[in-house]
Design a protein around this ligand. Structure first.
Ligand SMILES: CC(C)(COP(=O)(O)OP(=O)(O)OC[C@H]1O[C@@H](n2cnc3c(N)ncnc32)[C@H](O)[C@@H]1OP(=O)(O)O)[C@@H](O)C(=O)NCCC(=O)NCCS
Length: 329
């Protein structure tokens, strides 16, 4: 059994090991990029245990100038329970000690709790701290209430009577809400992407131009665009097609503010306007749905305006759906 540093040519075997150990669930973490960054960044290294020419265990170890960190701890599933996890962890700790690092941290994915016992066996404690993060590479990330490997929960909400809607005056002064009555596909696709990209809106992206036109250019579907200072800042889409149902139904199909305009109090104003328009047609009920990928304030906002949940469904996250060909990077 040999302990060595990662060398050129190890990439495929290491990535395969991490995949077999189920460490590559988050599609935003590209293992090849992680390896390259670790090797060129000058702050860490990847340790390898090799047996009979085969890589059987890895650990990425490094320090940030304050604490040591260990990532990508993996033991070949066929070789687990043979003390290899303990050996690779001991090797990683020795490297940190040699650099004078006084304390080591590591993170365990929320859904991988069974591995906590392993680290406890090696003397690690669960810290009473919350880890927070923010992406600096511009990749979209759900706002912390959607675990990478858990299904997305869609909550379906309804409102059966108009009630008294709060009257909200927008904080932005130079704003205008304009119906896009003859909306073009290009403009719609722009709105949908600009509002929905951080929240992984994908449904409409999967539609061909013909399929999309059949929906958004239907007379019973209406799109309204919020402009602030002359540029689009958000939109909503009202679907009156189910008004012919036994219970005439109107749906708030899409609703959102573009990232640059979030936090200006425009959401409640825009929702109030949308609900006014929906109830103006006197439906028997108004529907909306939201999911755990949406902004965490979406669900409480809908409830504040009088929507009540009536159903929930679990669906795969877009990155868990093998048929999804869309690029989330
Ligand atoms: C976690 C992992 C690295 C452990 O490696 P391993 O080689 O099987 O573990 P070892 O044989 O070195 O075990 C060391 C000790 O931990 C204990 N242990 C191992 N896995 C354990 C678990 N899931 N729960 C509790 N104890 C565990 C062993 O019983 C042993 O205890 P002992 O001192 O009483 O003999 C390995 O299971 C793995 O690669 N898992 C998948 C990848 C992963 O989840 N990595 C962690 C990412 S944070």
């Amino acid at each position: 059994m040999e302990l060595r540093n990662y060398c050129d040519g190890d990439e495929q075997a290491v990535v395969d090991l991490w995949r077999r150990c189920d460490l590559l669930r988050n599609p935003l973490n590209d293992p090849r990029q992680d390896i390259a960054f670790c090797r060129t960044g000058g702050h860490g290294e990847i340790l390898i245990l090799e047996d009979g020419g085969k890589i059987v265990a890895t650990a990425m170890v490094g320090q940030d100038g304050h604490r040591g960190w260990i990532y990508y701890v993996a033991v070949d599933p066929d070789r687990q329970g043979e003390d290899l996890g303990r050996r690779i962890m001991a090797a990683a700790e020795e490297r940190l000690q040699a650099d004078g690092v006084p304390k080591v941290h590591l993170m365990v994915r929320g859904s991988n709790t069974e591995v906590i016992g392993f680290y406890q066996r090696l003397g690690y404690m669960v810290e009473p701290t919350n880890t927070m993060s923010r992406r600096l590479d511009g990749k979209p990330l759900p706002v912390g209430h959607q675990m990478d490997d858990e299904p997305v929960i869609v909550t379906y909400l309804e409102m059966l009577e108009r009630g008294s809607l709060p009257h909200i005056v927008p904080k932005a002064r130079r704003h205008a809400l304009i119906g896009a009555h003859d909306i073009t596909l290009g403009f719609y696709r722009y709105l949908y992407d600009a509002v929905g990209r951080p929240w992984y809106w994908t449904d409409r992206k999967k539609l061909s131009d013909g399929e999309l036109a059949a929906i958004i250019q239907d007379d019973a579907v209406e799109v309204y665009v919020l402009y602030v200072g002359g540029v689009p800042a958000g939109f909503y889409e009202l679907d009156f097609r189910p008004m012919t149902d036994a219970v005439p139904t109107a749906e708030l199909a899409y609703f959102g503010i573009m990232p640059e305009f979030i936090g200006m109090g425009l959401g409640p104003y825009l929702l109030g306007q949308a609900l006014d328009m929906l109830w103006h047609r006197e439906p028997g009920r108004v529907l909306v749905n939201t999911c755990t990928l949406d902004h965490p304030k979406a669900l409480p906002l809908y409830q504040r305006f009088g929507f009540r949940p009536y159903d929930r469904k679990e669906v795969p996250a877009p990155w868990q759906d093998p048929d999804n060909v869309l690029d989330f990077a």
